[in-house]
Design a binder for this molecule. Sequence first.
Ligand code: NAP
Length: 328
Amino acid sequence: MKKILVTGATGFTGGHLAQRLAKEGANVRTLARPGEDCAALEAAGIEIVRGDLTDRDSLFPAVQNVEIVYHIAAAFREEGVPQQLFWDVNVEGTRNLMNVSISAGIKRFVHCSTVGVQGEIKNPPATEEAPYQPGDYYQESKVDGEKLVLQYIHDKKFPAVIFRPVGIYGPGDTRFLKIFRFIHKGSFRMFGSGKVLYHLTYVEDLVDGIILAGTVPDIEGEIFTLGGAQYVPLNELVQLIGHALNKTVSTKHIPVWPVWLAGAICEALCRPFRINPPLYRRRVDFFIKDRAFDISKAQSRLGYAPKVDLQTGLKRTAEWYHEEHLLD
Ligand SMILES: NC(=O)c1ccc[n+]([C@@H]2O[C@H](COP(=O)([O-])OP(=O)(O)OC[C@H]3O[C@@H](n4cnc5c(N)ncnc54)[C@H](OP(=O)(O)O)[C@@H]3O)[C@@H](O)[C@H]2O)c1
């Protein structure tokens, strides 16, 4: 049986994807950096190949005898690292993986991008056609990675499909933990009106969409936005999380522009010293930019059908945070 390669399986999304594929009986291999703990993946019968996206030679063993590559890995949560790392991994790492995939004769390459490449949305919900408008260097590196994949599709007839997830949540995620923690304490500081729209995808729904992107025929060259069935204003999201945590939440609204300005000043002051600013604009962007996306292309072309509504997904996430004592 031909192999399926998943990159980023030591992380949140790639881990869910690799585990699901293994559970369904696929022959799964993952790329993991040297030293990463892969016990849970190994226990699920997943083969581990050690390597690093930035080291092309380390990738040849990972793609050998592989039919489908799910490229989920990215420099994403890293803090306190040079900005160049985001290009080294998200652009040059993707190039390395595509080049070795070509030499191995893979049949489908599924590339994980992000709706962040479209940054601020002028007329929500945005389709895949909305222009690139990255808001920070992570998103810029994801734009460049996506453009590189499109170039390979065009110039080399590379059999790739691109998907762009909205904010991913669910058991295993710690990115949204901070918000849950504030709400768990019973109060939430909302910068701005809280009327901006936010769009989430429950990780298991997303995994359904990713697998469809790897298996539906004749979709090479296409880009799909993958999100939940519902997007809501931030004010409502806060209340839904409160409900999931069985907490009554009081929301305190704080003017946003002084904080945004402080973020810009912190970034400017910290940049020459290559230190992490204590406050930066991307944090504030969460409160001021509409993030609502149209998933109808994925629904009609892939048969994508998210099943987990926000209420249920947030409840499951809250339960996992409790089990892991992350809210104590
Ligand atoms: N989370 C979201 O809300 C969200 C939204 C939109 C798009 N995305 C995209 O979704 C994907 C997965 O996100 P996530 O939240 O699951 O990320 P994550 O938990 O931070 O996982 C990232 C994975 O990439 C691996 N990685 C990083 N640098 C690598 C390198 N040089 N070589 C090999 N592997 C490397 C990490 O390995 P280590 O364990 O060794 O660090 C980890 O397995 C990313 O492409 C991200 O851009 C995420």
